[in-house]
Design a protein around this ligand. Structure first.
Ligand SMILES: C[S@@+](CC[C@H](N)C(=O)[O-])C[C@H]1O[C@@H](n2cnc3c(N)ncnc32)[C@H](O)[C@@H]1O
Length: 269
């Protein structure tokens, strides 16, 4: 596919996003002009409005069969959902196997709908089966403190690692400290393309994209960070923490896509 087609695609995508999030965000800024002093908060509000305005449901629908294949048969025990957004992951949790849903979501504007999704899926804060962590995935010590240092059985990351500052270190610390031995890491992310022409456009578009989409980068090879991960063992030797690792692409996705996805299942030693 020609580069111009790729760029046209992303412009259309951006226009679609802007239409859904822009006017509700503008309304909020007019009501609270002090927001103009905090562009990062405007970006978070934009993201929450966009996700609530049907965009989140559309993205979920597009990834439904991937998530049904990835999350439903594999997630078990206590599940930590990184960047839980509006809780779409709850739609794929098998309640017979998932005893606790721990939603990590730093954008508090997303919390009301996230709480509702957890409640609708049968996870409640009152009995401890639902926990909401208002911090970033990179804040491992806060996560561990909130969980009383109890590691989780499953970590799910759906379209989130692209927004995490220092994703390589965050993945390392989450796997080393937060994921239990034998636990499973499930990943469904848009990543840096393996095609150099598409990767060029991803890098070109990222400076604007990151600003509008609350820190989301198009050029993040988080699939590689997970697959090639090494952690230090008890003897100080660096080695792979995985006893099983599997990476695959999204079915029927053209490889020219700027939001090119990879799906991964990693089982910890
Ligand atoms: C594209 S949305 C995906 C939401 C959800 N996982 C889903 O599939 O619908 C990215 C999410 O990552 C969250 N996020 C942003 N920075 C983050 C960070 N440092 N750590 C964890 N999540 C973050 C955003 O607030 C947002 O909810």
């Amino acid at each position: 596919m020609k580069a111009t087609t790729v760029v046209f695609g992303i412009l259309m995508h951006n226009w679609f996003c802007i239409k859904m999030g822009f006017f509700p965000t503008l309304k909020e800024v007019i009501a609270r002009p002090s927001l103009l002093l905090s562009p990062a908060e405007i970006s978070r509000i934009f993201m929450a409005k966009l996700w609530a305005g049907g965009f989140g449901d559309g993205i979920d629908e597009a990834g439904r069969s991937t998530k049904e294949h990835l999350i439903t048969p594999n997630a078990y025990g206590s599940v930590l959902d990184l960047g839980a957004g509006h809780g779409h992951t709850t739609l794929y949790l098998d309640h017979a196997k998932v005893t606790r849903y721990i939603a990590l979501e730093p954008n508090v504007n997303m919390h009301p709908l996230l709480r509702k999704a957890a409640f609708d899926a049968g996870y409640h804060e009152s009995d401890g089966s639902f926990v909401l962590l208002p911090c970033g995935a990179e804040e491992t010590s806060k996560i561990l403190a909130a969980l009383d240092s109890k590691p989780v059985d499953t970590i799910v990351s759906v379209l989130t690692l692209c927004s995490v500052p220092g994703p390589q270190k965050a993945i390392h610390n989450l796997v080393r400290d937060v994921l239990a031995p034998g636990g499973i890491f499930l990943l469904y992310e848009h990543v840096l393309s393996h095609r150099s022409d598409v990767a060029w456009w991803q890098r070109f578009c990222t400076p604007l994209w990151v600003y509008v989409m609350d820190g989301c980068r198009l050029d993040c090879p988080t699939d590689i960070y997970c697959a090639d991960l090494e952690v230090e063992d008890d003897n100080g030797v660096m080695s792979s923490p995985w006893k099983e690792k599997e990476l695959w692409g999204q079915v029927d996705e053209p490889e020219e896509h700027l939001l090119w996805h990879q799906v991964g299942k990693f089982v910890k030693n």
